[in-house]
Design a protein around this ligand. Structure first.
Ligand code: PEP
Ligand code: MN
Length: 338
């Protein structure tokens, strides 16, 4: 339930709403805007609560029930679009943010070559996997802690923030000491223990869409992060499983405008994991920018043929550089820049 306070409502009036909610065993989240304060009342039984209990309190303008399963991620709770700060890079503003780098960190040489290449081409955040969630336990699982150390080294050398995946709820704090932003992968979108721990960390989080999850399930999973008081969450569409087998996953471009309408959170698109093949990545990346995405997450490898993971879908540095040029034109056409 959303209690919207009147413009200029006093602290005491907001406090009285919070107090009343607490006596009813409800959780409370405040969105203190420059104009108005919105109080979200959360709990499993809000559907049974009489709205008038709050509507009659001084300073209250309106009380609405959010009928959707997700609450804090909804536009009803926060009308203004959220801007996420990743090590000084703002995601969700006019600038389209490109995060690029190898699927997995393999060696210092490989990572530094990739980062130098993507930085020169205009990427503003380094991506790289240290912990790899692999379908088979016999596949390369990532360099783990050594990979994190190399990512931190690349950040120091090239001055770009780092996003990397965390797969274990107990590793959140450790990964957060190396990374500027945590990535929760498709396979872990509904790992609620991981979401809760990531929500408690100081770092912003990229939440990838589960490849068999609806947008509603995705936004409801985002509520787990937001419920911990974190408002720094970015959603990443990365393709879903459909009957179509000519690509790895079907990129749901429509998720971009749907999310823009129903949520205040920034939306980025990962064309690489959907495409599964480097030749398809540019068209899908351009479509994402044209559709209104706030950023892209792209796999780039200095030598894709030698990559230990996802080489087939990784762009070479020269292909990535060409794509960045083309993306600038698309961004300009939709009133944005890279
Ligand atoms: C990744 O970005 O490295 C990754 C594993 O992606 P996803 O979780 O979308 O499969
Ligand atoms: Mn990958």
């Amino acid at each position: 339930m959303i209690v919207e306070m009147r413009k200029g409502a006093t602290k005491e009036e907001v406090g009285a709403v919070v107090q009343k909610a607490k006596t009813m065993d409800l959780d409370v989240q405040l969105n203190i805007g420059t104009d108005k304060t919105v109080v979200a009342l959360l709990g499993s039984n809000t559907g049974q609560i009489d709205k008038d209990i709050f509507a009659v309190l001084p300073g209250v303008e309106s009380v609405t029930r959010i009928m959707k399963p997700y609450k804090l991620a909804s536009r009803e709770f926060r009308k203004k679009s959220t801007v996420v700060d990743c090590g000084g890079v703002k995601i969700g503003g006019e600038r389209i943010i490109v995060m690029a780098g190898p699927c997995a960190v393999e060696s210092e040489e490989q990572l530094m070559q990739a980062v130098e290449g993507v930085k020169n081409a205009g990427a503003s955040i380094i991506r790289g996997g240290a912990f790899k969630p692999r379908t088979s336990p016999f596949s390369f699982q990532g360099l783990q802690k050594k990979g994190l150390e190399l990512l931190a080294k690349a950040r120091d050398k090239y001055g770009l923030p780092v996003v990397t995946e965390v797969v274990d709820p107990y590793d959140v704090e450790m990964v957060a000491t190396y990374a500027d932003m945590l990535q929760i992968g498709s396979r872990n979108m509904q790992n609620f223990a991981l979401l809760t721990n990531a929500g408690k960390s100081q770092r912003p989080v990229v939440l990838k869409r589960g490849f068999a999850c609806t947008i509603t399930e995705w936004l409801t999973a985002a509520d787990y992060l937001l419920a911990e008081g974190k408002n720094q969450v970015v959603l990443c569409e990365r393709g879903i499983r459909t009957f179509e087998d000519s690509i790895r996953f079907s990129l749901d471009i429509s998720a971009v405008p749907v999310l823009k309408k129903s949520s205040h959170l920034p939306v980025i698109v990962d064309p690489s994991h959907a495409a599964g093949h480097y030749s398809l990545v540019p068209a899908m990346a351009k479509a994402a920018v044209a559709a209104g995405a706030d950023g892209l997450l792209i796999e780039v490898h200095p030598n894709p043929k030698e990559a230990l993971v996802d080489g087939l879908q990784s762009l070479s540095i020269s292909d990535f550089t060409r794509l960045m040029e083309e993306l600038r034109t698309i961004a300009k056409a939709v009133g944005r820049y890279i």
